[in-house]
Design a protein around this ligand. Structure first.
Ligand code: HEC
Length: 328
């Protein structure tokens, strides 16, 4: 039986998003190899982001008024998630985790939300991201993935407004494996602009013709992702790719990653050239604003069982990179 969703929402706290605090720290405070540090000219910015359980909340769920109330029409008009949900990540995560219609098979003791700390910096033509979150493996394995933990970051520019504004949420559909309509599905994550029509259950195999997909890819209407699997406490396996009609992992990766564990926190250091090789990666220009979203898997999980962020804004400057709330 579907449990009724809580109706009491926390009072909005306007644009002062409590979950997103900034501070600028001298780069010297980062634990980086001396050689890299010596070449530093800029500073790093630190941002606290709350990640929350997404359950079976899909793109289609979000667009149906019977599910998402006023959020559904607002999204059709292009309102960003944080315009309404500023400060609500923890509330939403707990609601999802405790509502069978949103998460029919909850993982025991998996928190509804966690804190992700992000340090961002630009050095030597590279974007550096240090991601750190609590190691939850002590609560026992949930199974499904060989990796104890994984983290992804998705990046889009302003080529396609929906992809930029809704980031990974636009790639998550009801007809994917593990989602409400996903039984027997062979699909992998895809974007709505790859389908000739979208229904209440997803885009299925309504693929646009190959020449149109090629045009979408060429003009940059895709979502770039990086994926780091933690194969052990200090072993990171990194790959990258893009989503358009499906998940396409690139043959090589533009990212390098290291991982370590410290005081119950997992710490992943990622870096990637601002202007990487390959047409299906985003060139990040100083002065540019991009969208970025994060997802963390803990307890050997995969598929929908991640803790995710709302879409955020990645601001690239000559010698700094900042992450802020994305409101429009
Ligand atoms: C116009 C404001 C608005 C926007 C924009 C919006 N939402 Fe919502 N959202 C709501 C409202 C209102 C509810 C409660 C719906 C209800 O209970 O009837 C809700 C509920 C939810 C829920 C269910 C859990 C809960 O707390 O009830 C999730 C998950 C969610 N929204 C995620 C998102 C995401 C992700 C985005 C962006 C992709 C988004 N929302 C955009 C207003 C919005």
């Amino acid at each position: 039986m579907a449990q009724k969703r809580k109706k009491t929402r926390p009072a909005p706290i306007g644009r002062l998003w409590q979950a997103l605090k900034h501070s600028t720290a001298a780069l010297a405070t980062l634990a980086l190899p001396a050689m890299v540090m010596a070449q530093n000219t800029g500073s790093s910015t630190s941002t606290e982001v709350q990640l929350f359980q997404a359950g079976q909340v899909s793109w289609e769920w979000l667009l149906i008024p019977a599910n998402h109330g006023s959020g559904a029409q607002a999204m059709r008009n292009g309102t960003a998630c944080l315009s309404c949900h500023d400060g609500e990540a923890s509330f939403i995560g707990e609601t999802v985790a405790s509502t069978p219609a949103l998460e029919p098979d909850p993982i025991a003791n998996l928190p509804g939300f966690i804190d992700l700390s992000v340090q961002s910096a630009i050095r030597d033509g590279q974007l550096h991201l240090q991601l750190s979150w609590p190691d939850l493996s002590g609560d026992g394995p949930a199974g499904a993935s060989e990796y104890p933990a994984q983290v992804t970051a998705s990046i889009a520019d302003d080529t396609h407004d929906t992809v930029r504004r809704y980031s990974c949420w636009s790639s998550c559909h009801s007809d994917l494996p593990g989602m409400s309509e996903g039984i027997g599905s062979q699909l992998s994550k895809y974007l709505p602009n790859s389908r000739s029509s979208m229904t209440r259950t997803g885009g299925g195999d309504n693929f646009r013709p190959d020449n149109e997909l090629a045009e979408e890819r060429e003009r940059g209407a895709f979502l770039e992702y990086s994926h780091t699997a933690l194969a052990g406490p200090d072993r990171a396996v990194v790959s990258d790719g893009h989503f358009l009609e499906a998940q396409r992992e690139h043959d090589d990766t533009a990212f390098t990653a290291t991982a370590r564990s410290e005081n119950g926190q997992r710490i992943v250091e990622l870096q990637r050239p601002l202007e990487p090789q390959g047409d299906t990666r985003k060139a990040l220009q100083p002065g540019g604003r991009y969208s970025i979203s994060f997802a963390v898997y803990e307890r050997n999980t995969e598929g929908r069982r991640h803790l995710v962020s709302f879409p955020l804004e990645l601001i690239i400057e000559a010698d700094a990179a900042r992450i802020e709330s994305l409101f429009d």
